[in-house]
Design a protein around this ligand. Structure first.
Ligand code: NAD
Ligand code: A1AUG
Length: 549
């Protein structure tokens, strides 16, 4: 880069590593709390219409789908429509027509749009992002702030920084030839398929490929349509040209089948459950002979994350960390702790301390600032989580509900934070992703700590996050080595959730995903198709080797 000004900064300042967006506290009476309450009131008292967005078109026909508030499911937050297969094909054509110009822009110009978007998220639209995430996805104030505001802002700023960083590497040139690398976007289009649980993930799945020069079809989750559409509008206001990202709420299989059967599919950027990713992967395999290029498949999926507690562990950290990891956002983080392995010697004290805090957990509407938890996302999630709790209540697998275990969907999809003691190591409570506020504890004899870590290593098909709590450094090292292949993100003496962009690049191993580490420097390369150019200055004259003389 030269020294000219860029986003009001010199290029040298521009290249400076960003810092993470500070998390606002929203204390009662604070300016930010007042602004948030105003935004909550505004969005809660109306139903917002969300169109399909393709190029310059806003399509609002037949708004027959509803996004409801999970904690009060009679209330409709937004109305939207599903894109048909024809809409999706049209968006592909519009994207491909816009691709050439966008992909050839200097990276700096694309980055500038995303930096502007980050500023809009941090300022003008912060409360709209948080309020729609709270009302639509059932997050409390802090959970919305760390996701919809801070993580999204961080994704836009750090992705910009990491993308520019790619261009720092220059291949070696010689006196007779110059070598260079051009980070082209992928040839074709990228389909970004987003989950409901993190607003920021929707922005990253679509935004990261676009920064690199791709055109993107963004399918938000049905239960996160409004917050995701606010991001779309922010990108538009920041200067994203029409056609680069299409916004396409759609029926999952209709979207999946349409994009996977198109010869121009260049990548799927997916976050969601393992079965959905496997479905998409199979569709791509079925269509393999039809593609112009091998589509890249980037998928971040579920987990069965654990806290392993060694007898030497600091118990307060275990209690606080487990409570937060298992119950924050109702356990609906892919990284949420759902298995606790704890030694006999610590179990009674753990239970005493954990129960005290458990009693203090308030569950309710997100409009009540004093709640710790709200409702789970929808009726399907409610039924799934309830079935696991009922399984435990039936006494199957030697399971026993110790705390919580009640649920009620008459007003909202409420499930109380639940602790289950499980004695069967193979129990589905210890092997399947529940994705709700259910923590299963397995109590082990102190002397078997190392044997148990070895058993945990291959106990599930997942490999997302895990935590080891131990004051014994030698054990910590040994456990880290044993668990080397068992997670993508390992935490030592910390909870298994809460990764921060730029600090803990995130992604799981095994069936938890392709482990491309969102929020890290290498993620962006997945959306590039680098072109190496060698230019030789001297004419080619000799074809014989010296050894032939
Ligand atoms: N590893 C991570 O980084 C990470 C992050 C967040 C969530 N998750 C995982 O996501 C899951 C929760 O999210 P969810 O309930 O939204 O997941 P999901 O798999 O139900 O849906 C994800 C997206 O896929 C779409 N979809 C469904 N069927 C489809 C099909 N046949 N073709 C194409 N798209 C289809 C959905 O409409 C949605 O937009 C959990 O398993 C969680 O662990 C993982
Ligand atoms: N970044 C999140 C995980 C996202 C999955 O839902 C965390 O680590 O808490």
């Amino acid at each position: 880069m030269n020294g000219s000004t860029f986003s009001g900064l010199t290029s040298e300042q521009f290249m400076k590593k960003p810092t993470n967006e500070p998390i606002l506290e929203y204390k009662k009476g604070s300016k930010e709390r007042e602004a948030l309450e105003k935004a909550l009131e505004e969005f809660a008292n109306k139903t917002t219409d969300v169109p399909l967005r393709i190029g310059t078109e806003k399509i609002t026909r037949n708004l027959d789908k509803k996004q409801v508030m999970p904690f009060d499911h009679k209330k409709v937050l937004a109305r939207y429509t599903y894109a048909t297969a024809d809409d999706i094909k049209h968006a592909i054509e519009v994207g491909l027509a816009a691709r050439g110009k966008w992909e050839r822009l200097p990276l700096k110009q694309r980055v500038e749009i995303f930096l502007k978007a980050a500023d809009l998220c941090a300022g003008k639209y912060r409360m709209a992002l948080n309020a729609t995430t709270m009302l639509g996805q059932g997050k409390n104030i802090v959970q919305a702030e760390i996701d919809a505001a801070c993580e999204l802002i961080d994704f836009f700023r750090f992705n910009s920084y990491f993308a520019l960083g790619l261009e720092k590497y220059e291949p070696i040139s010689t006196e007779s030839s110059k070598n260079s690398l051009v980070y082209r976007g992928l040839e074709g289009f990228v389909a970004a398929i987003a989950p409901f649980n993190f607003t920021a993930i929707g922005g990253n799945l679509s935004g990261a490929p676009a920064i690199i020069g791709n055109v993107v079809l963004w399918k938000p989750s049905d239960t996160a349509v409004l917050s995701n559409y606010i991001i779309y509008q922010i990108l538009e206001e920041a200067g994203l040209p029409p056609g680069i990202i299409s916004f396409l709420p759609a029926d999952g299989p209709t979207f999946g089948n349409t994009v996977c059967s198109n010869p121009n599919l260049a990548a799927i950027n997916f976050t969601g459950s393992v079965p959905t990713f496997e479905y998409i992967w199979r569709k791509v395999a079925e269509n393999l002979g039809n593609y112009t290029t091998f589509p890249k498949l980037i998928g971040e999926c579920g987990g069965k994350n654990f806290h392993f507690v060694h007898p030497s562990a600091d118990l307060t950290s275990v209690v606080i960390g487990s409570l937060r990891s298992a119950y924050e956002y109702q356990g609906q983080k892919c990284s949420a702790c759902s298995r606790l392995f704890i030694p006999e010697s610590l179990w009674p004290k753990f239970l005493e301390e954990f129960s005290k805090l458990h009693k203090e957990i308030k569950v309710g509407s997100v409009q009540d600032g004093s709640i710790f938890m709200s409702a789970v996302i929808d009726d399907k999630a409610f039924a799934r989580i309830k079935a696991y709790i009922d399984h435990a209540k039936s006494g199957a697998d030697g399971a026993k509900v110790i705390l919580g275990g009640t649920y009620d969907d008459s007003v909202g999809y409420f499930v109380q934070p639940t602790l289950i003691r499980v004695t069967d190591f193979q129990s589905k409570l210890l092997t399947e992703e529940i994705f709700g506020p259910v923590l299963s504890a397995y109590v082990y004899p102190d002397a078997e700590a190392e044997t148990l870590v070895t058993k945990i290593k291959d106990a599930t098909k997942f490999g997302l996050t895990g935590a080891v709590f131990s004051q014994d450094k030698v054990f910590l090292q040994k456990a880290t080595d044993i668990l080397r292949d068992a997670t993508g993100n390992l935490y030592l003496n910390d909870k298994s959730t809460g990764s921060v962009v730029g600090q803990q690049p995130f992604g799981g191993a095994r069936k938890s995903g392709t482990n491309d580490k969102a929020g890290g420097p290498h993620y962006l390369l997945r959306f590039a198709s680098p072109l190496t150019i060698k230019e030789t200055y001297v004419p080619l004259k000799e074809w014989r080797y010296k050894s032939m003389d």
